[in-house]
Design a protein around this ligand. Structure first.
Ligand code: 5GP
Length: 190
């Protein structure tokens, strides 16, 4: 998506540790007109897949996932990063390593909101080492739902999460793929 590449070039900031900051349009302030365009593009990519549920993880995936849900006219579910008042038996749960915080968290979804009747599109803001996406795939598997694929706003292709999950058969569509980034600039793949 050319517009995503332009937004990254114009507004993104490369931070130490291979982190791209996109707080001006995706991660803190949200460019709502652009959010709608992202959701329209994701809808186009998955229009023949009979998606009936969007799944993401709190918190930074929620905005784009909700926009996709509105565009595709389906509900959106977000995994929580800790067990709340639900007891263990009532949730799908997996442990995930956080790229940005360098710690482990529980990814939890209530059994009430995901099940075998669902055809799930996973949506998230970033794909780096693939731990968040792998956790969400595991939740879909625990729910015996059908995984249609994943839609990612920004994939950092220099980290191997995308390659590994694709080689396991997961369809992943990324709106921008970053091949390399440094203080000197950002180079996109394709
Ligand atoms: P992964 O689990 O694929 O290593 O990392 C994905 C998660 O980490 C995303 O949900 C995202 O919130 C966060 N993340 C990974 N890389 C970046 C980055 O460069 N910038 C920002 N803002 N978040 C990132």
């Amino acid at each position: 998506m050319k517009l995503m590449e332009e937004k990254i070039l114009n507004e993104g900031k490369v931070l130490p540790g291979g982190i791209l900051k996109v707080g001006s349009f995706l991660n803190q302030q949200i460019d709502t007109a652009f959010l709608k365009e992202m959701a329209e593009e994701i809808k186009r990519l998955y229009q023949d897949s009979e998606v009936n549920k969007i799944l993401t993880v709190e918190s930074s995936g929620i905005a784009i996932a909700a926009a996709c849900g509105m565009e595709m006219n389906v509900p959106m579910v977000f995994a929580k990063k800790h067990v709340t008042s639900n007891v263990d038996g009532e949730v799908y749960k997996t442990k995930v390593h956080s790229f940005t915080h360098n710690n482990y968290y529980d990814m939890v979804v209530s059994r009430d909101y995901l099940g075998p009747q669902d055809r799930v599109l996973i949506v998230d803001d970033f794909l780096a080492n693939g731990n968040a996406l792998r956790g969400l795939v595991e939740i879909v598997e625990q729910g015996e739902a059908t995984l249609v694929g994943a839609a990612i706003a920004i994939e950092k292709s220099f980290q191997d999460g995308g390659d590994r999950l694709r080689s396991q058969g997961v369809r992943i569509e990324s709106l921008a793929k970053i091949e390399s980034m440094s203080d000197e600039g950002i180079i996109f793949k394709d």
